[in-house]
Design a protein around this ligand. Structure first.
Ligand code: CO8
Length: 369
């Protein structure tokens, strides 16, 4: 009898320890999936090809932006033994505290599988474009720029999006046009093909664009940032127009936009010497609107984009158009243009709503018409 009782006790003990193990596993998996939405993204990949692409892209980004986080790595390391590729990637990702990755976790990954040089995703009403050629410090190849243009136009046409953020990695926003792609080109080739002429597309985008800059923003990288309406920079960001050192000059608006942003003397110094300048200088000179800790730049840029996107979209578009007109028109013409746009906004429901809401001491409800 005593023997049978012992057996039952042992079985009960077995069962309860199995149950505890089962519960622990379930709660760990649930916590894991909630904490690391990449798993969900991977599960949502439509086919193995897409999953493979996603893994390769993720791995490349992780490895190229590696940073130590030993504590988390040590905690997760045992899981990698014999684990799936996805698990190993997750472990690697925890070893790589990359600001874009952090933001990605919060975003809705909807990257077009046809993009090979950028990643796109929406964060609420903000479209995020992440330049993603880590091995070449996000050098702006023709292919990359075609993808950026494509993504910009798609976000511009998307009524759910009210602002666009462009960013790179912690090491480089973009280290310029792709020198390797350009080096052997002849005048006849670049002239006939209007080489890099498609870079101008960003200037046609109607929605506000914000550059979130960390690391190098050199040559075309600096020019791309300057094409954006607002620049937020990490404290270690480094700007410059070093083209003169390559035997050329800036070719995507560097000489024009820099002089308007920081004045003739400084622009001359920067372009003629090719010396880089710090985020602090850029902010002091008015090129950059805000400096932030490196790991906060992207989040703050998205937050700003969200604030802008939550306002009346036609009014935002008019404000952007009017400010940009200041670069083209005399003061008198510019003020005239501004006044006409201002008056035209009285045809919108949003003007009625905005002013009524103020009078009635309530929050306005924008309908964007
Ligand atoms: N193009 C191509 N590859 C690049 C570029 C670039 N602009 N910048 C960096 N890379 C590559 C490097 O070749 C290297 O690749 P690999 O490992 O295969 O050799 C990799 O990125 C890492 O670079 P480094 O080893 O050089 O990294 P460092 O940390 O030592 O140096 C620097 C980083 C200082 C950013 C350095 O890479 C550098 O000086 N890069 C070039 C910067 C530059 O001159 N930019 C201007 C380019 S010209 C331009 O932008 C003109 C725009 C005109 C547009 C016209 C539109 C109409």
């Amino acid at each position: 009898m005593a023997h049978i009782n012992t057996n039952i006790r042992i079985k009960e003990k077995d069962l309860s320890s199995k149950f505890i193990l089962y519960l622990t596993t379930i709660s760990f998996v649930v916590t894991y999936i909630r904490t690391y939405p990449e798993l969900i993204i991977q599960r949502n990949c439509k086919n193995t090809h897409q999953l493979k692409d996603h893994n390769a892209e993720l791995l490349e980004r992780i490895l190229s932006n590696r940073r130590e986080d030993e504590k988390m790595f040590t905690f997760l390391r045992p899981l990698s033994k014999g684990g799936s590729k996805a698990t190993k990637l997750l472990i690697a990702s925890n070893n790589a505290k990359f600001s874009t990755f952090g933001a990605l976790q919060k975003g809705h990954a909807n990257s077009n599988p046809h993009y090979h040089n950028i990643i796109t995703e929406s964060h609420g009403k903000v479209g995020l474009i992440t330049l993603n050629r880590p091995k070449a410090l996000n050098a702006l190849s023709s292919d990359l720029f075609h993808e950026v243009n494509d993504a910009l136009v798609k976000y511009d046409d998307d009524s759910n999006i009210g602002a666009i953020v462009i960013t790179g990695s912690e090491r480089a926003f973009a280290a310029g046009a792709d020198i390797k792609e350009m080096s052997d080109q002849t005048f006849a080739q670049v002239y006939k093909s209007d080489f890099l002429g498609h870079w101008g597309k960003i200037n046609d985008i109607k929605k506000p664009t914000i550059a979130a800059v960390n690391g190098f923003a050199l040559g075309g990288g600096c020019e791309l940032a300057m094409c954006c309406d607002i620049i937020y920079a990490g404290e270690k960001a480094l700007f410059g127009q070093p083209e003169i050192k390559l035997g050329v000059i800036p070719g995507a608006g560097g000489t024009q936009r820099l002089v308007r942003a920081i004045g003739k003397s400084k622009a001359m110094e920067i372009v003629l010497s090719g010396r880089n300048f710090s985020a602090q200088e850029a902010e002091r000179w008015g090129l950059v609107s805000k400096i932030l800790p490196s790991d906060k730049v992207l989040d703050e840029a998205i937050k700003l984009g969200q604030d802008i996107a939550n306002l009346s979209q036609p009014a935002i578009q008019a404000a952007k158009e009017s400010i940009n007109a200041a670069f083209e028109l005399s003061l008198k013409e510019g003020c005239h243009f501004e006044r006409r746009l201002f008056q035209s906004l009285f045809s919108l429901n949003d003007q009625k709503e905005g002013m009524s809401a103020f009078v009635e001491k309530r929050e306005p409800k924008w309908t964007n018409d």
